[in-house]
Design a protein around this ligand. Structure first.
Ligand code: ARG
Length: 412
């Protein structure tokens, strides 16, 4: 029997996949569970996988690698898809693709499989990742090839002697890892409908959060978080702590209609307290330590970076190029940011950095001013020169109608 390694969550889809791949497709299935945090099926993956007929269940704790090599680099880049989504699911997929390929090699497997449907982005991220890392591996996607309704899956498993109490379906489709939780489907498919309270699990509603604020100091070194309130703890612990704290203050809820790579617009509810707070603080620190030209180009690069992650191009030369640029921008992005958490908001209220470009002597309106105000006159003369020439020559000295200049349709 040919061997196959399946990315196994322990949920109904991938449990059905184990049975289907062995019975219908004749594979010897190794179930690979990759722990990127927050998985509720974690305690039962082993027993479920074996019950469904896997020859082996392997569990890899990938949390540290996930935060260190995927989430934090995306944070340093400022990558937010469509300015809204911190990319939790999207960032975990290339790591899973990589581990699938590694384990396939270790196990001498000729094929790998994942449980993605044919409608989403995740299939693209898995397939492109796997194809890039090892084009010789065959990829099987049982849910895409042979979609079964939930009741059919349960029935199919039962017919094959796998009796697992699956419980209620739950009103939404959920994907979770340490960087964020995403919910879609059910009533959320109506974009006019406010998300019901049970769409959220990591965060309390802002109105039920404590009225008293919490203050938090986050230190970064070269764009990477290194301590919370002075405690130098590891990346997994930092993210865990910040998710808990942010969640208690109602921070990190995101309601977004986003554009999938496959052309569908989709309404997503995200919860990402740690990612939201880390991004806000990081942006503030860059505001202190990068020049305005660096900030401007980096914003474009962040958009590009977010798109390449979202669109499954993690393992690409394009990513390597962009990552090199981002790393270079972060050389001096070190310092501490103070954030106030209160009723659903995370507000930056303090900033300090040894290599800050903020110069109080230049900025001050009080005593100690080091800025030469008389130098502004010559600068303004030169800065406005071309505009003055153009007005004289092309607008014949007529002032543009300042009120209507930006109002299309009122120009006639
Ligand atoms: N829309 C997000 C993405 O493509 C998350 C999808 C997660 N899946 C889910 N069943 N909620 O990255």
């Amino acid at each position: 029997m040919p061997k196959l390694v399946l990315a196994y969550s322990g949920g109904l889809d991938t449990t059905t996949a184990i049975k289907w791949l062995s019975v219908e497709q004749g594979y010897e299935v190794v179930a690979l569970n990759i722990d990127v945090g927050k998985s509720r099926e974690q305690p039962v993956v082993e027993s479920r996988g074996l019950a469904a007929g896997a020859v082996k269940v392997r569990v890899i704790d990938a949390r540290e690698d996930f935060i260190r090599y995927f989430a934090f680099p995306a944070l340093a880049a400022g990558a937010m898809y469509q300015d809204a989504y911190p990319l939790a699911t999207a960032l975990a997929r290339p790591l899973m693709a990589k581990l699938l390929v590694d384990v396939a090699h270790e196990e001498g497997a000729l094929a790998v499989a994942h449980g993605c449907t044919g409608k989403g982005n995740d299939q693209v991220r898995f397939d492109v990742g796997i194809q890039t890392l090892d084009p010789s591996l065959k990829i099987v996607a049982p849910t895409r090839e042979n979609a079964m309704a939930r009741e059919m899956q349960i029935e199919y498993l039962r017919e094959h002697g796998v009796d697992i109490p699956w419980g209620d379906k739950g009103p939404f489709s959920i994907d979770e890892n340490m960087w964020g939780r995403s919910a879609e489907a059910g009533v959320l498919e109506d974009p006019w409908q406010e998300p019901p309270p049970d769409a959220y699990e990591w965060t309390v509603s802002p109105e039920s959060a404590p009225a008293e604020p919490a203050y938090l100091d986050i230190a970064y070194q070269h764009g990477m978080p290194v301590s919370l309130n002075g405690d130098e703890i590891g990346p997994v612990e930092m993210v865990t702590r910040l998710n808990d704290l942010g969640g208690r203050y109602g921070v990190g809820r995101i309601d977004h209609v986003e554009d999938r790579l496959v052309g569908i617009k989709s309404r997503e509810i995200y919860e990402a307290p740690a990612a939201t707070i880390f991004h806000a603080a990081h942006r503030a620190l860059e505001g202190m330590t990068l020049s305005k030209q660096q900030l401007k180009l980096k914003k474009h690069v962040a958009t590009e970076y977010a798109e390449l992650i979202y669109n499954g191009l993690w393992f690409s030369a394009h990513h390597q190029d962009i990552a090199a640029y981002v790393a270079s921008t972060q050389r001096h992005v070190s310092g501490t940011i103070r954030v106030r958490l209160q009723r659903g908001t995370a507000t930056v209220v303090g900033r300090k950095a040894d290599e800050s470009l903020y110069d109080r002597g230049l900025a001050t309106y009080d005593r100690g001013d080091t800025y030469d105000q008389s130098a502004a006159v010559g600068f303004i003369n030169v800065w406005g020169l071309q505009t003055r020439v153009q007005t004289r020559v092309q607008l014949l000295g007529q002032m543009p109608d300042t009120l209507k200049i930006a109002m299309p349709g009122e120009r006639e």
